[in-house]
Design a protein around this ligand. Structure first.
Ligand SMILES: [Fe+2]
Ligand SMILES: [Fe+2]
Length: 210
């Protein structure tokens, strides 16, 4: 079956390629940190990204979506550049920008789920939910690492992500189940609690949640 949804196809192709960029970036990041626990955790996150890429490829095969050469080349270069830069920009910045990137990635999978649902396809709900939640766990891992760092307030001001500002409205401590997760990545303003009504729709990538 072909998907009659160009935005969804593009989102899937991008996600596939940029999972590779993320995995490459984490190779450099893990190589550059000295702490053994951090190395192990970042290697685990790299493995998670390769898993995501495999899962997304299965989706692409199911719907006959080709791999985008353009995205593949871009993702390769970006991933390798970030990877190399981890060795020269110190400890804080790779943590900060990884967390910021993960924060944006969360909604890619919830948006994918919304697009599939708009076509009446719900069979991928659990998979996409799990991948979105995993990205949120990655975001929180990096945030925890820099939460008390004195550079964070400045970076948050400059780049719009930090301790109380995120590109998504997921709260891991109060998760919605998959059946109610349509509320994720659709709402503007602070993360809603179960039972609250969504005030509107916006692109979470553009509008960090404060
Ligand atoms: Fe991922
Ligand atoms: Fe991730």
């Amino acid at each position: 079956m072909k998907l009659p949804h160009p935005e969804l196809i593009d989102l899937i192709q991008r996600a596939y390629s940029f999972e590779k960029a993320a995995a490459f970036a984490y190779q450099g990041h893990a190589g550059a940190v000295k702490n053994r626990e951090e190395k192990k955790s970042i290697k685990q996150i790299e493995d998670d990204e390769w898993n995501h890429r495999r899962e997304v490829l299965v989706l692409m095969q199911q719907y006959g979506i080709p791999v985008s050469k353009n995205y593949e080349v871009r993702a390769h270069i970006i991933g390798k550049v970030i990877s190399a830069s981890c060795y020269v920009i110190g400890w804080f910045m790779p943590f900060y920008f990884a967390g910021r990137l993960e924060s944006g990635n969360v909604c890619e999978y919830f948006r994918m789920k919304q697009y599939f649902n708009s076509l009446g396809i719900t069979e991928h709900d659990q998979l996409l939910y799990d991948m979105g939640i995993k990205e949120k766990e990655h975001e929180i891992y990096f945030l925890e690492g820099i939460k008390t760092n004195k550079l964070l307030p400045l970076f948050q001001k400059l780049f719009g992500w930090g301790d109380d500002e995120s590109f998504n409205n997921i709260d891991l401590d109060r998760k919605y189940p998959v059946g109610e997760s349509g509320i994720y990545c659709k709402t503007q303003g602070p993360a809603l609690q179960p039972g609250e009504i969504s005030p509107g729709i916006c692109d979470m990538q553009e509008q960090p949640v404060k």
